[in-house]
Design a protein around this ligand. Structure first.
Ligand code: F6R
Length: 611
């Protein structure tokens, strides 16, 4: 969602670093952007409701430059995506020159009460944002020490925030604070930086400190000073973050999404890490005891991660015999459920910062379910810190908003979890373990072989690009894959798509089937194949056009109205991981044919850090 970059340097112009940082954060999704600098003893800013490239042009037109500044990409929550709502926001004594510049990610829940109070103190609001409230509050509390003012200001805030600010009267200082929204510090000899994601600083510095909730930080050149929520000095270690500049480079690909689809063999192989045995330690030191205590599993996640959880339910129940519930995090947190302390609560999240999933996790813990595990792609994320156990997928940075390699690595980790739970319950003998490990080791090459189908899928994409609706069908553990295929198509091509378990067709959606409605079917040779074939007859009988992903043993032939792409193999229980790949490619090439912004689809953000 929103992105923050801030910097304070020794004399040099930091404008290019701020703009480049915003460009690196563009993938998170935004609808306006802005930059503010300390220049000639005053605050200067420029804002745009267009892309960061437009902001860059405005910066150069206005000859903005400075060695202290902050920049932001905004994803609108409070107030429309308009220039006056874009960050940075300014504040100053009523009637005076601007003194404070501030950017913010997150949501301030008590902004209305604070707004009234600050109006009473004479402040005039130019925007509808909750952020402007923080800027005025900071100015109101300012008494020649910005760091002190920010520490006092955050005590008045309720909600989630990552903040960066600087002051006209203290030109060599940038301050920041975090609570519930990520914020990191980057350090170097000549400058110090703030960013909502270390990726923003790729190529600038690899020396990163991760702030914790409640931290307030003071940045000057040669000095980084952090205090915790109690105002005590806090020592946050500096990590050397491996060079991740490569993640931000497109290489030979047209879009990050395409690059990330093609990275899946590597991402899955890295996630498996030469695994030669199944053991609870894969999930953390306390896993052995936790798994022994586990009587049921509750999976909490959103979006694509939720579909990974739905697939895992089939695996966990079949292999480990443990009752498994999968819930959409934003629903679970607000409903009355029946807690059971013998439950293993599993959260799944690419970013590890999704507000709904974090809140659902905290809700489960408050209900006495302390055995928590996360499958997450970001080791330093809040989700990993909040859970007792964890498994870090090794997808690498995912930049395309539509999740691809994060999904297949989540599924890989969840299959390992199902095997481990089965082992803990005495349901996995050595022969079965060896068989499953062999299949897992083959997975990267199975995905690689599937990627070779791309030219055939491009052929289909041209037809899909001319449609406004599509149905995706699957049965059993391929039903969540149908849902994921539909989600991919709708989010990047804007074609309305729905996923259904094929058996549900005649209970409603069959009414929609016409020649104009492509029906995509995931049809591996599994125990439900014959049932699925009957469902497909129902579609054909109504003139529906079938697009079938079969496998070597499925035996569904190409004929008028039935278009078949044969997957290169038969993948048994791992089939969902392989079968999602052509659906990703279909969505990608359909979106390309329609000319949409594939990596940054409208209205969407990469990391959903607000409710
Ligand atoms: C869809 C997509 C989203 C995310 C969802 C959860 O392509 O990426 O549906 O899966 O917002 O995000 P994480 O996994 O970061 O918790």
């Amino acid at each position: 969602m929103c992105g923050i970059v801030g910097a304070v340097a020794l004399g040099s112009d930091i404008t290019p670093i701020l703009v480049e940082g915003l460009q690196r954060l563009e993938y998170r999704g935004y609808d306006s952007c802005g930059i503010a600098l300390h220049m000639d003893g005053a605050l200067r800013r420029t804002r745009s409701t267009s892309r960061v490239a437009d902001l860059k042009a405005l910066v150069s037109r206005d000859a903005l430059a400075g060695s202290t500044g902050i920049a932001h990409t905004r994803w609108a929550t409070h107030g429309a995506p308009a220039t006056h709502n874009a960050h940075p926001h300014f504040s100053g004594r009523p009637g005076g020159q601007p003194r404070i510049a501030l950017v913010h990610n997150g949501i301030i829940e008590n902004h209305e009460a604070l707004r009234e109070e600050l109006r009473g103190a004479g402040y005039v609001f130019e925007s509808q944002t909750d952020t402007e409230v923080i800027a005025h509050l900071l100015d109101h509390l300012y008494n020649d020490d910005l760091f002190d003012a920010l520490q006092r200001a955050v005590r008045r805030l309720q909600g989630a925030y990552a903040i960066a600010a600087f002051c006209r009267d203290e030109p060599h200082r940038v301050v920041g604070a975090r609570n519930g929204s990520p914020l990191v510090v980057g350090t170097s000899e000549s400058a110090n930086y703030l960013a909502s994601d270390a990726l923003a600083l790729a190529g600038t510095t690899d020396q990163i400190l991760y702030l914790e909730d409640g931290d307030v930080v003071d940045l000057q050149v040669g000095r980084v000073w952090v205090v915790d929520s109690e105002g005590r000095a806090a020592d946050r270690p500096v990590h050397t973050v491996p060079a991740f500049t490569a993640a931000a480079e497109l290489g030979p690909y047209r879009h990050y999404m395409q690059k990330e689809i093609f990275e899946q063999p590597r991402a899955v192989a890295d996630t498996l890490q030469d695994l030669d045995t199944i053991s609870p330690e894969l999930f953390g030191d306390a896993a052995y005891k936790v798994f022994q205590e586990t009587q049921r599993v509750l999976i909490l996640a959103c979006g694509t991660s939720y579909y990974a959880g739905m697939t895992a339910k089939y695996w966990i129940e079949a292999l480990a015999g443990l009752p498994t519930a999968v819930e959409i995090a934003s629903e679970y947190r607000y409903r009355t459920s029946v807690p059971d302390p013998s439950t293993l609560v599993v959260t799944i999240s690419q970013s590890g910062e999704t507000a709904d999933t974090l809140a659902a996790l905290k809700h489960a813990r408050r209900q006495g379910m302390e055995n928590t595990l996360t499958i997450c792609n970001v080791a330093s994320s809040a989700m990993v810190r909040e859970c007792k156990l964890g498994f870090i997928t090794r997808a690498g940075v995912e930049i395309g908003v539509a999740s691809t390699k994060a999904f297949t690595t989540q599924l890989t980790a969840l299959f390992l979890l199902a095997l481990t739970l089965a082992q803990s319950r005495g349901k996995l003998d050595d022969a079965a373990e060896a068989e499953h490990l062999k299949a897992l080791r083959h997975l990267p090459s199975a995905i690689q072989a599937t990627l070779a189908l791309e030219p055939h899928i491009i052929g289909w994409a041209d037809t899909f690009a001319r449609r406004e609706n599509a149905l995706f069908l699957g049965r059993g553990m391929h039903y969540p894959i149908a849902l994921e295929g539909a989600l991919k198509l709708k989010e990047i091509s804007y074609i309305h798509a729905e996923g259904y378990p094929a058996g549900e067709l005649k209970h409603g959606p069959l009414a929609l089937v016409t020649e104009q409605m492509p029906v995509v079917t995931v049809a591996p040779n599994d125990t439900l194949l014959e049932k699925l074939k009957s469902n497909l007859q129902e579609v054909r009988a109504r003139g529906g056009q079938l697009y079938v992903f079969s496998d070597t043993a499925t035996r569904i032939a190409n004929e008028p109205g039935v278009h078949v792409i044969q997957m290169p193999g038969d993948y048994g229980m791992l089939s969902p991981i392989v079968h999602v790949v052509p659906l990703q490619l279909l969505a990608y090439h359909t979106a390309c044919a329609r000319g949409t912004d594939v990596d940054k689809p409208r209205n969407l953000a990469k990391s959903v850090t607000v409710e």
